[in-house]
Design a protein around this ligand. Structure first.
Ligand SMILES: *Cc1c(COP(=O)(O)O)cnc(C)c1O
Length: 420
């Protein structure tokens, strides 16, 4: 052993600073266990978790359906590779196609891999259409403030410059369209386009739902040429917004959708789902994965879906999410530094007047042992576990109220001092 990592948070911070690629600035928190909607740190303090590992631990921590599925499947079989059949992939695909209205599934291990599969499928499908004599190009239209992941294709369709430029040249042939701008979308669309890429509700971009008109226009434009409508539901899917997929609230079916974050309830798994028409473009050997859809990950995802159905979790998300939003709107009435409350179900963001204030509120919440995060500079984001109860909402809103009140008092004092 070259490095003693020790047991304290400080020991870990020192060791990580030497051993890990420096991709994250972590919060100074060390968690050792979790139960329900709470995480416990190494000193035994409990935290109310309103982020669930960035929308992953959908059923909270230690849900019996998940721990049972892991224990049982780990004794039977963890992995065999995609060279062989096993029951998990079909059982999970049956459930996923039923809840999403899609025809076929490709399993992988993360969000970005699901999105890569979607991009590759769109290019392959356009190629197939060209071979059938259709006039269709290779270009992607993506939206400003989009986020689709960190691999080369995914970053190419991700708007933030700092995620792309250090790795240039990324995949060419991507054009960004202003968010929710119907006229701009129409203007950018042509037979050069093989697909339009949309997050139905942008997550990293600050919890921005697209409008009905925008999504309907994207659908209509794709239908006019055979281009594919790719809807990224990696953050918004699997019940997060109160329906299995957010697009179901618009009554618009995509050609391709992607799922990941909450799909395995904490175990890594992703899925790309598509129509029969789009699936024509893929033949054996064109795309693949060693781990994707392995027996462990599929068993857990099946357990998550079955538990969600049995426990009527979608109804609960709508109920507690509606309550959360209404309590936040009440707070907005009281504190004018809250510019907007946005979201659906349990995918919620509040837009704060300034990035500094958003930072201040966030650290105040962490100091009060409540976890959330900040995205797009000024947005406080909530992606709590689906099992959140109204009493947890009340606790979080009371803490926010206290922090915003403290802030307004201290800025009033500052103004007073400046005037005096
Ligand atoms: C998180 C996220 C991704 C990337 O998922 P990873 O598992 O981190 O690769 C892609 N799209 C959206 C909308 C996301 O929120």
């Amino acid at each position: 052993m070259n490095h003693a990592t020790g047991n304290t948070l400080q020991d870990l911070q020192v060791a990580e600073s030497k051993l890990l690629l420096q991709t994250y600035e972590r919060y100074p928190l060390l968690f050792v266990s979790g139960e329900g909607v709470h995480l416990r740190d190494e000193k035994g303090n409990d935290y109310l978790d309103l982020l669930s590992g960035i929308g992953v631990c959908a059923l909270g921590y230690g849900h019996p359906a998940i721990t049972e599925a892991i224990a049982t499947q780990s004794r039977q079989l963890l992995h065999t590779s995609n060279l062989f059949h096993h029951r998990g992939t079909t059982e999970l695909a049956l459930r996923l196609t039923e809840i999403t209205g899609m025809d076929r599934v490709f399993f992988c291990n993360s969000g970005t891999e699901a999105w890569e599969a979607a991009l590759k499928l769109a290019r392959a499908h356009a190629g197939l259409l060209r071979s059938e004599g259709k006039n269709i190009g290779t270009k992607f239209l993506a939206l400003e403030h989009s986020f689709h992941g960190r691999t080369m294709g995914s970053v190419a369709t991700t708007h933030k410059e700092k995620y792309r430029s250090p790795f240039a040249p990324v995949m060419p042939d991507v054009e960004f369209v202003p968010f929710d701008d119907v006229a701009a979308l129409r203007a950018a669309f042509s037979s050069d386009v093989c697909a339009i890429a949309i997050e139905v509700i942008q997550g990293e971009g600050g919890i921005n739902p697209v409008s009905q008109e925008f999504l309907a226009t994207a659908r209509e434009l794709c239908d006019s040429t055979g281009a594919l409508l790719l809807l990224d539901e990696i953050q918004s899917g699997m019940g997060r917004t109160g329906t299995w997929c957010a697009y179901q609230q618009y009554g618009i079916q995509p050609d391709v959708t992607t799922l990941a974050k909450p799909l395995g309830g904490g175990v890594p798994i992703g899925a790309m789902l598509c129509t029969e028409e789009a699936a024509r473009a893929i033949t054996p050997g064109m795309h693949g994965t060693t781990f994707g859809g392995n027996p462990l990950a599929t068993a857990v995802a099946i357990a998550v879906i079955d538990a969600m159905k049995q426990e009527k979790v979608l109804d609960h998300i709508n109920d507690v999410g509606g309550y959360f939003v209404s309590r936040l709107r009440d707070l907005q009435q009281k504190h004018t530094v809250i510019k907007e409350v946005r979201g659906r179900g349990l995918m919620i963001g509040i837009e704060i007047e300034s990035a500094d204030l958003a930072k201040e509120i966030l650290s105040g919440m962490l100091a009060r042992h409540i976890i959330l995060n900040r995205t797009h500079e000024t947005v406080l984001r909530f992606l709590p576990p689906y099992i959140l109860q109204r009493e947890h909402v009340d606790h979080a809103v009371a803490a926010l109220d206290e922090l915003f009140t403290l802030h307004s008092k201290s800025s009033a004092t500052l103004v007073g001092e400046a005037n005096g």
